[in-house]
Design a protein around this ligand. Structure first.
Ligand SMILES: Cc1ncc(COP(=O)(O)O)c(C=O)c1O
Length: 409
């Protein structure tokens, strides 16, 4: 059989409106293609310091140990657990979606005991249920929860959950993979301990990096551990010598060009201003929501206050083939959206408006493409009504912003 000739790979241009990765600003892609330098080059070391400063801004913290882990969000998650959970430790883990389930796996693999607080998928973690679990388990050391559950589009009240945890002398592990830069996340003000994220969601950077930040409480615990952290690669005690101090020693070869890209993505965030970035996600979500509602589509997350602006989970209407809709969006309109995970597979679509992807052109394209596909499949939608509703939402938001500006001046 003749072998297929392999040529250079040219990916298609897609509009990435799923749960991540999101589209990337050309400035970030350009940074990625700059010449590689050594990971101990003085210029690189200077850039690492800037990266840490920019990450502190993104996380809204002044934690000294704030840096990007070489690896995707899952490595960030695992790093928190392997460093903070010793064999026999009890960890309260809140599960209201797929990613809380992965936290439980992590506790078990660290030979800890997970105390599971089960929640409803599509509803936030209940702080009272966490409090009950802590009362029943006064020897628990950690409370772990997902701030922004990407599998459902639901946000939990991280501030209150951290208050409950600290009242019971527990540290917190917080998954901020989808929340960082997409909605308010205030590590210092909310007093969160170990927080991890990922580069490919609302930071709109290339995938493969996991920004993390650790409070001094976490560093004190990890540096004081008598046993060896079971992962060599993730052991904070060793990583501190590369990312933590001014004198750097080799730990592993950093993903140099990925870090150039992250530096640029974070600079873009700083230039826009984090509050403006949060507001932009909210503005485009409002328009997308208006369009969905005009089409008669329903959200999985019932309460508006619990919804993440950066990911909308929409119930698939009766009689509609969900996979066919996703496949047509991709093949006919170049728009990628996400499927449901776990028990939500086949029941929902997930529409992301993350980072660079969150703009009005994408909102309009998505509504128009979805309306056109659904109407061809016999779903009663009048093509054009959703776009009109989104336009109206933008117009209303513009008017209320102008009124606010007038009342301030
Ligand atoms: C909430 C949450 N946690 C963890 C992860 C894992 O991140 P990654 O896929 O970058 O390993 C994801 C990925 O979608 C996520 O949404």
């Amino acid at each position: 059989m003749a072998a297929k000739k392999i040529s250079s790979f040219h990916p298609p241009q897609r509009v990435l409106m799923g749960p991540g990765p999101s589209n990337i600003n050309p400035r970030v892609l350009a940074a990625m293609s700059l010449p590689v330098i050594g990971y101990m080059d003085p210029a690189f070391v200077d850039m690492m310091a800037e990266l840490k400063t920019l990450l502190r801004y993104a996380f809204q913290t002044d934690n000294q140990l704030t840096y990007p882990i070489s690896g995707p969000g899952s490595v960030g998650m695992e790093s928190c657990f392997v460093n903070m959970v010793a064999p026999g430790d009890k960890v309260v883990v809140c599960r209201n979606g797929v990613f809380g389930g992965r936290m439980i796996e992590n506790v078990e693999r660290c030979k800890g005991t997970p105390i599971i607080v089960e929640g409803t998928w599509g509803e936030p973690v209940d702080p009272n249920a966490v409090e009950d679990a802590l009362k029943k388990n006064p020897d628990a050391r950690i409370v772990a929860f997902v701030h922004a559950e990407t599998s459902t589009g639901c946000v939990s009240d991280a501030k209150t959950l951290a208050e409950v945890a600290h009242k019971h002398d527990c540290l917190t592990i917080v998954d901020a993979v989808t929340s960082l830069a997409g909605c308010p996340l205030k590590v210092k003000e909310w007093d969160l301990d170990a927080v991890y994220s990922a580069s490919q969601k609302c930071l709109s950077c290339t995938p493969g990096l996991s920004p993390v930040t650790y409070s001094d409480r976490v560093i004190d615990y990890v540096t004081g551990r008598k046993d060896k952290v079971q992962s060599w690669f993730m052991d904070l005690n060793l990583i501190l010598n590369y990312w933590g101090h001014t004198v750097r020693t080799y730990h592993h070869t950093a993903p140099i060009n990925g870090l150039f890209a992250l530096h640029e993505a974070l600079l873009l965030l700083k230039e826009e201003g984090i509050e403006n970035t949060w507001a932009r996600h909210q503005r485009h979500y409002q328009a997308l929501k208006a369009g969905f509602e005009a089409m008669g589509l329903k959200f999985l997350v019932k309460e508006e206050k619990d919804r993440l602006p950066q990911i909308s989970t929409i119930m698939v209407p009766e009689g509609i083939d969900e996979a066919e809709v996703r496949s047509k969006l991709l093949s006919e309109f170049n728009v990628e959206i996400g499927a449901g995970l776990g028990p939500l597979a086949g029941k929902v679509w997930r529409f992301g408006l993350m980072g660079y992807t969150a703009n009005s052109a994408n909102v309009m394209l998505c509504l128009s493409a979805l309306g056109s596909i659904l109407s061809k499949m016999g779903y009663p939608v009048k093509v054009g009504e959703a776009e009109a509703a989104a336009h109206q939402s933008y117009a209303n938001q513009h008017t209320s912003m102008a009124q606010k500006a007038r009342s301030r001046s």
